[in-house]
Design a protein around this ligand. Structure first.
Ligand code: CP
Length: 306
């Protein structure tokens, strides 16, 4: 819980905690950090714990890079096996202890709700770097940032393709886009549709949600296509994963007749759902999107520790 009278952005746990003005503020700040118009050493002497209890390349490294660029330092735990959690220590105790060492904690955890729980026990700000099939708010900020660099967010037609059931990036992004009056086009293999509670929440927030049977049916109506991988690690067994694996793939042929300004985004890593030939088209924006993780996370780190 944020201390009495503290800023609203003390912890960064869920996109549900953000108003549109909070998102716009962070995106504006990211722009400042990307253009380099900021004093050196803004987070000098600040120490951040990167607690990653699930694998990560982009989130972990871009948080570390963002902090280093602001003059701060990080310490890390990179797996459950490398921590005292294997000895039976609870997440709550781990967070109580680690928050005594650092100025902020960045946490990735396989259980939905872990970041919210960590915030209850932490004496320093907690940033959710992905909690199971829950949320991934810093990813969403860099997704919004990438779109906003090319087009205004208001009123766009955004397609969400893939594993919308377990894909935390899709959950966070859909909720964030609801603040910008968008139309959401969802395309998911059977059984991997958006959870009912999120679909209901989106409609209650006034979002038009259009469900499509295939990406072919939707792609020509889109300004943004957000592709996600099937989250194999969240499936109860291998057989149910193979029932839906390889059920969609973006190819150059599929891109014939799309809007000129279509942006194809993907939080990465990809696992076969975008043909590498698409990388050479002007629609492929996912590597630029990953790069934007650094200025966006600079803005977040600075916001919670300034
Ligand atoms: N997009 C994303 O969260 O990637 P990593 O799992 O590599 O951090």
């Amino acid at each position: 819980r944020a201390p009495e009278g503290s800023r609203t952005m003390y912890h960064i746990i869920s996109i549900r905690d953000f108003e549109r003005e909070d998102l716009d503020h962070l995106l504006d700040r990211a722009e400042v950090f990307e253009t380099g118009r900021y004093p050196p050493g803004l987070l000098k002497d600040r120490l951040v714990a990167l607690l990653f209890f699930e694998p990560s390349t982009r989130t972990r490294m871009s948080f570390a890079a963002a902090l280093a660029r602001l003059g701060g330092q990080s310490i890390s735990v990179d797996s459950v096996e490398a921590s005292s959690i294997v000895k039976g220590e609870t997440l709550a105790d781990t967070i109580r202890v680690v928050s005594g060492y650092v100025d902020a904690i960045v946490l990735r955890h396989p259980k939905e709700g872990a970041a919210r729980l960590a915030a209850e026990f932490s004496s320093v700000p907690v940033i959710n770097a992905g909690d199971g099939a829950g949320q991934h708010p810093s990813q969403t900020l860099l997704d919004l940032y990438t779109i906003r660099k090319s087009m205004p967010l208001d009123g766009i037609d955004a397609g969400l393709l893939g594993d919308l059931r377990y894909g935390r990036t899709a959950h966070s992004l859909a909720l964030a886009l609801s603040l910008y009056g968008v139309t959401l086009h969802t395309i998911a293999p059977t059984g991997l549709e958006m959870p009912v509670n999120i679909a209901v929440e989106l409609r209650e927030r006034g979002v038009e949600v259009v469900e499509h049977a295939s990406v072919e049916e939707a792609i020509r109506e889109l300004d943004v296509l957000y592709v996600t991988r099937i989250q194999r690690e969240r499936f109860p067994d291998t057989a149910s994963y193979y029932n839906v694996a390889s059920s969609y793939r973006i190819t150059t042929q599929l891109l014939e007749g799309v809007r000129d300004h279509l942006m194809i985004l993907h939080p990465l890593p990809r696992a076969g759902e975008i043909d590498p030939a698409v990388d050479r088209t002007p629609y492929a924006r996912y590597f630029e999107q990953a790069r934007n993780g650094v200025p966006v996370r600079m803005a977040l780190l600075h916001e919670v520790m300034r």
